[in-house]
Ligand binder design. Structure first.
Ligand code: F0G
Length: 359
């Protein structure tokens, strides 16, 4: 009787009525906020990671998909479409199946992590690999939704933002107030938009019960090869090993800048090397296995700490957006690009103890 009921039921008083008529849920949200002293001690701050890989399909997208698909169901939609670097498609496919809808997904050919592709297929999505990047897929998905009876469930759909803002609510509900700084990766920029909305609503004096005394400073991080907001112009051919955020023209660009500026924050770039180092640190020292894009926030905080830009003792929450099992191959590579080869032993205790260095 104490099971978490999913973000719509848990935050009913903070969500619009139209997402609550026909609730489609897989029990998303309620994810762990894990103290990360391995990061905090290193930079002289108090750090927590919000582990969004613990959502039903393994990423934060589920928070927005429960609201988007529920709203679509209430309107009687039979089919949905999304463009995706992988996680949105996995989530849309699962929630659409749950609602008895057809789900079409447009993904950039060859640039999707295998775990995500497998999910979309397993949940019965109509998967189309598009000869183009994510930005091309999103343009096509928007046009398809305009011309046909198919609802768009990318984060340009405001119902997605409503669901995703609940992650900020959970942080405040656990910590008792907003953190000093909230950090996250930025791709299409829906999630930074959603967190800012959530934090703003919880701190809004006009909105009834006040749950937070303030809003946090927002720090967003893009991959260096896909950093249009940092550069100030779209990137035609975005490139990064963090395929989830391989995006050159984010749909919520303006909203991301607004979150940055209104909070007194920054949006900066981190290199693939910094991302992979943070990915290793999270797994090896914090105990949380994430996909590469999800480590961009940690990479960014470490980079700012090196430059003396982390306020001493600050309380920092870093969202790690997706599960490591989505794209597990990176863990089997060494920092210099080699391959991790497991040690082979015969099935006897002497050779096993020997291999482990026990004498
Ligand atoms: N981290 C992960 C694991 C993601 O999958 C995404 C976005 C982001 C961060 C960035 O979030 O787009 O809201 O700024 N993935 C989308 C997708 C684009 O299609 O799955 P954002």
């Amino acid at each position: 009787t104490h099971q978490w009921r999913g973000v719509i039921a848990e935050y009913a008083d903070r969500l619009p009525a139209h997402v609550q008529q026909t609730i489609v849920t897989l029990g998303e949200g309620g994810t762990p906020l894990v103290p990360a002293p391995a990061i905090g001690d290193r930079i002289g701050a108090e750090v927590f990671v919000k582990v969004e890989g613990m959502n039903p399909t393994g990423s934060f997208k589920d928070r927005g998909m429960t609201t988007a698909i529920s709203a679509a169901a209430a309107r009687g939609a039979r089919a949905v479409v999304c463009a995706s670097t992988g996680n949105t498609s996995a989530s849309a496919a699962a929630y659409a199946t749950r609602a008895g809808m057809v789900c079409a997904v447009l993904v950039p050919d060859g640039k999707i992590a295998m775990g995500k592709l497998s999910q979309a297929v397993a949940h019965g999505a109509r998967l189309l690999q598009v000869d183009g990047n994510f930005d091309d897929c999103l343009v096509a998905a928007r046009k398809l939704a305009e011309a046909h009876p198919v609802e768009l469930v990318n984060s340009v759909n405001p119902d997605r933002i409503e669901g995703q803002k609940t992650a900020a609510f959970e942080v405040v509900d656990v910590l008792g107030d907003a953190p000093d700084i909230h950090v996250l990766p930025v791709g299409n920029a829906g999630n930074i938009t959603a967190y800012w909305k959530g934090y703003t609503e919880y701190a809004d004096l006009a909105a009834g019960p006040v749950r937070a005394s303030r809003t946090p400073v927002m720090w967003g991080f893009q991959a260096a090869g896909a950093a249009p907001i940092v550069l100030g112009h779209p990137v035609d051919e975005p490139e990064t090993i963090a395929t989830a955020i391989r995006i050159g023209n984010p749909a919520s660009w303006r909203q991301a800048e607004e979150a940055r500026d209104a909070s007194g924050g920054v949006i900066e770039a981190v290199t693939d090397e910094q991302i992979l180092a943070a990915h290793r640190l999270l797994a090896a020292e914090v105990g949380v296995f994430v996909e590469p894009a999800s480590a961009a926030g940690v990479a960014g905080v470490l980079s700012r700490a090196e430059r003396g830009l982390v306020p001493p003792g600050a309380r920092i929450v870093i969202t790690v957006t997706g599960h490591g099992l989505k794209d597990p191959g990176w863990a089997l590579r060494t920092p210099d690009g080699g391959e991790v080869v497991p040690t082979r032993v015969t099935a006897d205790v002497v050779s096993i103890a020997d291999a482990l260095g026990l004498y």
